[in-house]
Design a protein around this ligand. Sequence first.
Ligand code: SF4
Length: 669
Amino acid sequence: GTGRKFELENVNTTCSFCSLGCTLTVRKKDDKIVFVTSPADSPNEGNLCVKGRYGWPYVYSQDRLEKPMIRKDGALKEVEWDEALGFVAENLKRIKSNSGGNSLAALGSERLTNEEAYVFNRFARTVLETPHIDHAAGFGYRPLVDGLGKSLGYPASTNPIRDIRNANVILLLGSDLTETHPIAKNEVILASGRHRAQLVVVDSIRTKLTDRPGLHLPVAPGSEYLIANAMLKSIVDNELFDKAAVDMKAEGLGELIASLAEYTPEKVSKTTGVSVDLIREAAKAYAEAPTATIILTAGLNRPGNNVEAATAAVNLALITGRIGKPACGVYVFGEKANAQGAIDMGLTPDLLPGFASVTDESASAKLEALWKASIPKEPGFGANEIFSKASLGEIKGIYIAGENPIDTYPDRVMVEEALKKVDFLVVQDMFLSNTARMAHVVLPAASFAEKTGTYTSAERLVQPIHPVVDSTIGKTDLEILTAVSALMGKPMDYAGPAEVMAEISQAVAAYGGISYERLAGGGLPWPCVDPDDPGKGILYEGGFPGGKAKFMPAAPVRELNVNQLPMYLIPGVVKFHSGSFSTWSPSLLEVCPEAQAEMSWKDIRALGINEGDKVKISDASGASIQAVAKLSRRALDGVVIVPLHFPTVKLNMLTRWDDAAVKVKVEKA
Ligand code: SF4
């Protein structure tokens, strides 16, 4: 007799929830996951948040799709794989030959592995022959990392996550890490607790981090960039930087300084309500600390002003010499597991795998040689345009892999109408999401626990995921895509994900030295250019790819709101953010079963309601949602926090593509 312990089998893999890429040890018995831990020698040092530790039961959900479905006489009916795949290929071919590849669009996901994202890209560009390809990180995360890429060279965070704990000042721009990225929050708490790092938190809500010693600059959502630019202006005016040193490393300082004219602390104080002294104090703290870091997060469905915030962050780091050094730099944390990898693999309308523009002739020639097909040379439509063109009937077919736009994209009504209008909608997913319900064909996809591949974390760490259960429900996205390609007369000959990675290492210079053999020893940070390259934890230590970095001028101040409604709506997060699959985990729903509208005591009183009352939240167009009022100290006066992607509340009824902030009216329902 051996003890129970010895019957457990351990498999290491990577967390499928947020972009921090924590290592999981899945402990299983009789091919069933029993519980999940994390090895102490992992990058996350054995720590996991509630999602990583307890979120796995979605893998076994009763609601997992097992058989493909085809819409027949208005209803989805289960069919065999052959019939479903044949039907997909036939319809896509029909639309392509009648209206051209340009009438098709492809939406991938930051949940796809790198290998799947890469193959999905090839599928869209060479099989569907469309340039219209995008995914949710394309409009949430991408604008933030683009801000880094344009100035520095790579659209990605500059430093390892474990570096945060050593920073003396941590500037958080609209980032409630406690809710979105708990393991990174631990780093901030470590820095704050161990060496009294000063936290400078620019946020529209009160968080666990604003409770720590430091400065809290409360601003309206979407105004974070105003504060960051006012800090820059204050640093410039008070000469809190070394001009000669900056000139050696970066160009464009003169243009930057000129562009900051309208960002004086006085003016920004007027618009934001944050005191001039507080702005100056924040600037001084950031500029004078021995080391300082900046954190931004994506995924709050609020694309507006992200570019401006990221640009300001990079300018702050550059002007104070905080790039290419330990415990410094700028971080952007994406929402889902492979937000960074999806950008690296070019799931975008304008960039190819490896960040080259589609208009870059040598980059597309290289890819055409690998793919043995020609690819579109003009940028395609992003997600927003894909839906607006579909509403007009110009996009006739949409292929969606792993995404649920109806619940997770801005402007629900617009997305829904567009999807109603298309001739042919294919959705491959683990669950019958609201988007899948509208599809003509639904293809059941395997979960992360059932496949091999890699995710690239927010610190550019390319890490393996392994099948942790033998049984596979559905097919992997890779299997589905290669099967449809073959049926459409364009076979792709990949024997499996390892071969796809071998091709990625040829197509993407930063992945040049990455292979499955090497990943068996653990993750590798890109750029990792050849088989002996250990990769770079800190970017730009030896300089910038373009020689010098570039300051990007600050954009003119944007008008924040068009309506006069009294409250700001903040898309909040309750312990887990991508409800698109975390709400399929019963254990997570137990933590928080009902969507709440968090408000301050003052606002609840002013509305003449009690905690627990149903409230109606409406926007200027008259669209509304309902939730249960909850007294919360997170909510500042004038702010209502409602969770994103919650099954019982459709928050994206009230969000629009270009909004920096949403203003609403709250009343008793
Ligand atoms: Fe998973 Fe992110 Fe939580 Fe780590 S912090 S366990 S990667 S959800």
